[in-house]
Design a protein around this ligand. Structure first.
Ligand SMILES: *Cc1c(COP(=O)(O)O)cnc(C)c1O
Length: 385
């Protein structure tokens, strides 16, 4: 009997698992084999070979990830960037035009601005909270619209539902990077997005010990992404598949804890006299709060804020905190803090960052799995005179 599961807590554990279990194994074994015996496969993409993303470890993940976002299909890749670049190159060809969110993940931004011109693909930046900016830039050769669920590092949530409606009406492929929200807080295919992209290096794996990516969505598009990935070669190694699979089993527990902790920490920061501003979509003061509340089930574990006194006070704060680790990346067990101006957005000029509202002293926090009360005590001590 084909089993279906209703709730995310059950899906992360049971969806996509082999039935019957392999040799009765309760957890998915690692198939560390590059090639598999020929069974009469007729097409290249069906030959069982590790780069073709069809080992048992890949197949389980594809089914589980599709189930988590209530999507038709999914494919894993060697990193978030492998998933994103492969998906973009599947949808766009020479002569095509892309509408893309201006405040983007650095790697994605560099790929679009650095590599698209030589491939003959054009693009225009849009503001996701302002539909006029995308309506006015639509061209006859526009093929796709690309946005992020929660923007980095200002944690803004755009008019995502209108993006889907606009894409439908204009016959564009709608693409969204859902890394910051995770499937626990937001499932873009349910809203009608065609492709949902993830850096599984972050929340999906959740332990800061693997690089992986995923593309989830419409079956016809995912099949094309998979074939492109088979050619470009960004395959996830079976052992990395195993680690990602193991990480996903605790996704719901982890993300819900992180949602709760981030809400408490954001509230603490907002009330602190030495904190100038806090960006967190869970705060009622956030311009994104209404949209985040209507689209998402939780507000996520990412916060950014500014301390009074500029860069000198910011550096003092980073020297004084003792629990968080000063490091890039996010979504793991350990609370990480970073200055976007020196990490994710270092490729932009100070003026450009400023025009997007990112000051050099903005601090970004990825809330981990520690006690929220202990993190708050630590932040409070670091903020004191
Ligand atoms: C980290 C990240 C990526 C890139 O993922 P990698 O796994 O590092 O390749 C893409 N988008 C967002 C929002 C990210 O945070």
């Amino acid at each position: 009997m084909k089993k279906t599961y209703k709730h995310l807590e059950t899906k992360v554990v049971h969806s996509g698992e082999p039935d019957p279990r392999i040799e009765g194994a309760v957890t998915m074994p690692i198939f560390q084999s590059a090639t598999f015996e020929y069974r009469g496969e007729a097409s290249y993409d069906d030959v069982r070979y590790v780069r073709l993303n069809n080992t048992p470890n890949h197949i389980v993940l594809h089914k589980k990830l599709a189930a988590l976002e209530n999507a038709e299909s999914a494919v894993v890749a060697a990193s978030g960037m492998a998933a994103i670049t492969t998906a973009l190159l599947t949808v766009l060809h020479a002569g095509d035009h892309l509408l893309v969110q201006e405040c983007l993940y650095g790697g994605t931004r560099d790929f679009i601005t650095g590599d698209f011109p030589s491939m003959g693909i054009s693009y225009d930046f849009i503001r996701v909270e302002d539909p006029e900016t995308w309506r006015s830039k639509l061209r006859t050769n526009t093929k796709a619209i690309y946005v992020e669920a929660i923007s980095n590092p200002l944690m803004e949530v755009g008019e995502l539902k209108q993006v889907v409606e606009f894409a439908r009406a204009s016959e564009l492929v709608s693409m969204i990077d859902n890394t910051f929200a995770s499937p626990i807080n937001f499932r873009p295919p349910e809203m009608g997005f065609d492709l949902s992209l993830h850096s599984c290096t972050k929340y999906l794996n959740g332990h800061s010990d693997v690089a992986a990516g995923a593309c989830i969505g419409r079956a016809d598009l995912i099949e094309r992404v998979l074939h492109k990935l088979n050619h470009l070669g960004g395959v996830l190694d079976p052992h990395a598949c195993f680690l990602l699979h193991r990480g996903i089993k605790t996704l719901a527990l982890r993300v819900r804890h992180q949602n709760d902790s981030a809400m408490k920490i954001a509230g603490f920061l907002e009330a602190h006299p030495r904190v100038q501003s806090v960006n967190y979509p869970g705060l009622e003061s956030s311009d994104s709060h209404k949209r985040a509340r209507s689209f998402f089930d939780g507000f996520g574990g990412m916060i950014s804020f500014e301390i009074e006194g500029g860069l000198a006070q910011t550096r003092r704060f980073l020297d004084r905190i003792s629990i968080p680790i000063v490091a890039p990346s996010l979504g793991g067990a350990e609370t990480l803090v970073t200055l976007p101006a020196t990490t994710s957005h270092v490729g932009m000029s100070t003026e450009h960052r400023r025009s997007l509202g990112i000051s050099d002293s903005l601090i970004r926090v990825s809330v981990g799995l520690e006690s929220a009360d202990e993190l708050i005590e630590d932040f409070d001590a670091a903020l004191s005179e």
